[in-house]
Design a binder for this molecule. Sequence first.
Ligand code: SAM
Ligand code: SF4
Length: 350
Amino acid sequence: MQPLPTGHGNIKFFCMTAPLIDPFHRPISYLRVSVTDRCDFRCVYCMSENMTFLPKKELLTLEELDRMCSTFVQLGVEKLRITGGEPLVRRDIMTFFQSMTRHLDSGALKELTLTTNGSQLGKYAGDLYSAGVRRVNVSLDTIDEAKFADITRWGRLPQVLKGIDAAQAAGMRVKINAVALKGFNDDELFAMVEWCAARDMDLTWIEVMPMGDIGNEDRLDQYWKLTDLRAKLAENYTLVDLAERTGGPARYVRIEETGQKIGFITPLSHNFCESCNRVRLTCTGELFMCLGQEDMADLRAPLRNHPQDDTALEEAIRAAIRLKPKGHDFDYSRQTVDGRVSRHMSHTGG
Ligand code: SAM
Ligand code: SF4
């Protein structure tokens, strides 16, 4: 066992082994975990209508997910975000959340959170709060019922709104994530800001990304540059830049008039890879070191081949982190979807 380090950046070590530091000296403290590739919606930019999902045996079991996440926590991961597909459609997923509570209780894990389409929050908000979840990101691209049905294909807005109410009533802070889509929700920019402000919710806009084959939607037509979105916002409001950084491709402003925080996630038109602190685990146990790259490491084999001993898994994680690339290759600037990544967002978890 390697000695306990005395400190690196602002990371506090509960881990008994050397923490995860990549070749570019970035400490890896944030793990996003996709717990299923399935979903009860079919958002047009994310999935095709007829998706083929993975056979069950390919998926990590809930026990394997626990072992995987616990190993990362042991190696210094302080923040876990559970995602999917739709994480809350995975059967018995609450037992997984409940099992992660022990890492919050020990202090090793600082935050357990999730990204959800909100459809199941009405059912699970109380359980999530009991498991220690204090913040939840709900993806919602429009507050118009008909448009919502169009963009999600299978989703129903009233059910999601009930879910948001339930999450807030349970005591969780809700942040709304909206994909910025030209010709779809650009006309709702101010309506969405005001709607979120009235509910005391922050709002983050995400650039649409070239992920997966989702049929005939043309993402170049949909692409709404967030610098343009921000400029439009500034016509109505006073925007104050915030220094806050989360180690991801997000930047924040505060709207002086409403007090709420607006985020901009721009993986395409900006490159904030130098401060990247995160890796992504798929529901089959593949570790993606960068959302925009195909490179991945299989962690399921070392996990399954050594059911009683985490040494091989730990070594596989360390080997993967040594391969974390400096940055991604997305590029819309040449007006073709260059740098396209073949997997769906629902596979890596967004
Ligand atoms: N089902 C959950 C949800 O919708 O929040 C979690 C998984 S979803 C893949 C995570 C996030 O990825 C959502 O906010 C979704 O809007 C976003 N997303 C999916 N496909 C995208 C794409 N092609 N470009 C940008 N964001 C995308
Ligand atoms: Fe499902 Fe989320 Fe993808 Fe929409 S964005 S299809 S809700 S996984």
